[in-house]
Ligand binder design. Structure first.
Ligand code: HEM
Length: 357
C-alpha cells in the first residue's frame, strides 16, 4: 500500500521502522491487501477489534507445518511440543483446556512473585543508579526478564543462541532449513526446562516451554522499546522528573495473524476462506484514545494471560527508577533486525549522570 506518492510500505519489517508511529497518524486505511506478504493488513483499531472478536477468523495454523515436515521425513518434534501447548495455536475445546491450565499456573505464580517483585527489580537496576555508560538491553533488561521468566517456568535459560530461536518459532514465513535449526535450538531449551522439573512433574515441560516462548520476547521487546522511546524523548532529564506512562508506550508484539475460516465480506472487501490477515497491534499502542492501549495485549478469547504480570513488572520498574538520584542521556539504539515477529531493540546505549539540580 502507498499513500500520496509515498513508496509502498514494506510490511515484512514495518514493525521496526523508525517512522512507524507516523504511519498510523498519516495513512490508516482499515484494510488493504499486501501482495508481497500475501496477507490482508488491518491497521485501524476499530477493524482490528472487530476481527479479533469474530469467530470466523481463527488463530493461524502452526501444527499443520509440523505435520508437513514429519511427512517430508524432517520431523520437528520440539516445535511440535511447543505448538501443542501454546493456546494461541488452537481454537475450541483444546484451546479452552490449555488456557485454563496456564491461567491457573500464572495466577499461582503471580501470588508467589508479587511480594518478591521489588527485590527482583532492585537486583537488576543498579546500573541506572551510578554514573557511567550502560547498554540497557544486555546489562539490565535481558537479565531482568530472564530472571522474571525463570521464576515463572522454574528454569533459567542461559544459552543466548537458544533464546534467539524463540521468536522465529512464530514466523509463518520461515523456510525448512530455518525451521530445522530453530527446532534444534528449542531442543536445548527443553532440556534445561526438563532438568529443572522433578520426576513427578515432567508433564509441565510443554506448558513451561510454551510460556517461555509466549512471554520472554514480548516482555523484553515491550520494556526495551518503551525505555528507548521514553529515554529518547526525555534525554537528559532527571529520572525523578520523568512521568512514565501507566501503560508501556510501545509494544513488543507488533501484530498478530488470523485465518479466514470461510468466504466473507469485511469492511467492503471480499475475503476468501484460507486468506491470512495481519492485524497491526501497534495501531492500539499509537492511537490517542488511552482506553485502547490495553488492547496491545490482544482482544477476545486469545487475549494475553501474562498481561497482569507484564504490567506489574513495568510499574515496579518505573516506580523504582523515579526514586534514583540520576539522569539518563540517550545515546543510540539499534533494532533487532533478524526479527520478523517481535519488535525489540538489539541494543540501547545510554549515559547515566548524577542528578545535579
Ligand atoms: C508486555 C508483554 C506482553 C505482550 C505485549 C503480550 C501480548 C500478547 C498478545 C497480543 C496476545 C494475543 C495473541 C493472539 O491473539 O494471537 C498474547 C497471548 C498470550 N500471552 Fe502475552 N504478551 C506479553 C507478555 C506475556 C507474558 C509475560 C506471558 C506469560 C508468561 C504471556 C502469556 C500469553 C499467553 C499464554 C497467551 C495466549 C492466550 C491464548 O491464546 O488464549 N504474555 N500476548
Amino acid at each position: 500500500m502507498s499513500f500520496q506518492g509515498e513508496p509502498p510500505v514494506r510490511f515484512i519489517d514495518f514493525h521496526r521502522s523508525p517512522d512507524r508511529r507516523g504511519y498510523f497518524e498519516r495513512q490508516r486505511s482499515g484494510i488493504s491487501y499486501d501482495p508481497a506478504l500475501h496477507r490482508w493488513i488491518i491497521d485501524s483499531v476499530s477493524l482490528a477489534t472487530d476481527v479479533l472478536g469474530d469467530p470466523r477468523f481463527l488463530t493461524a495454523d502452526y501444527e499443520g507445518v509440523c505435520a508437513h515436515m514429519a511427512k517430508a521425513g524432517k520431523p520437528v518434534e520440539n516445535l511440535a511440543l511447543a505448538y501443542a501447548n501454546i493456546p494461541l495455536c488452537h481454537d475450541g475445546e483444546r484451546h479452552r483446556t490449555l488456557r485454563r491450565s496456564m491461567s491457573e499456573h500464572l495466577a499461582a505464580k503471580r501470588k508467589q512473585m508479587l511480594p518478591e517483585l521489588g527485590a527482583l527489580v532492585a537486583n537488576h537496576i543498579s546500573p541506572f543508579g551510578r554514573p557511567g555508560k550502560v547498554e540497557v538491553m544486555a546489562e539490565v533488561l535481558a537479565p531482568l526478564v530472564d530472571d522474571f521468566m525463570g521464576r515463572l517456568i522454574e528454569a533459567v535459560i542461559g544459552d543466548a543462541k537458544a533464546l534467539a530461536a524463540l521468536s522465529p518459532a512464530f514466523d509463518h514465513l520461515m523456510g525448512e532449513r530455518k525451521m530445522l535449526q530453530t527446532d534444534a535450538e528449542i531442543a536445548k531449551v527443553r532440556a534445561t526446562i526438563q532438568a529443572g522439573l522433578p520426576a513427578d512433574r515432567q508433564d509441565a515441560e510443554g506448558r513451561h516451554l510454551a510460556l517461555l516462548m509466549l512471554g520472554r520476547d514480548p516482555l523484553l521487546g515491550t520494556l526495551g522499546e518503551s525505555f528507548r522511546h521514553v529515554f529518547e524523548k526525555e534525554s537528559g532529564k532527571p529520572l525523578a522528573g520523568i512521568e512514565f506512562p501507566v501503560m508501556p508506550p510501545e509494544t513488543g508484539v507488533p501484530y498478530i495473524e488470523r485465518l479466514a475460516s470461510e468466504d466473507c465480506r469485511l469492511a467492503g472487501v471480499e475475503i476468501v476462506a484460507g486468506a491470512r490477515l495481519r492485524i497491526l497491534l501497534q495501531a492500539y499502542c499509537y492511537c490517542e484514545e488511552e482506553r485502547e492501549h490495553l488492547r496491545i495485549f490482544g482482544v477476545g478469547s486469545h487475549a494475553c494471560l501474562g498481561r497482569l504480570l507484564a504490567l506489574d513488572l513495568w510499574r515496579e520498574l518505573t516506580r523504582q527508577l523515579v526514586c534514583l538520584p540520576t539522569r539518563v542521556v540517550f545515546e543510540r539504539a539499534a533494532p533487532r533486525t533478524t526479527d520478523y515477529v517481535f519488535t525489540c531493540p538489539q541494543s540501547l546505549h545510554i549515559e547515566v549522570l548524577h542528578d545535579v539540580r
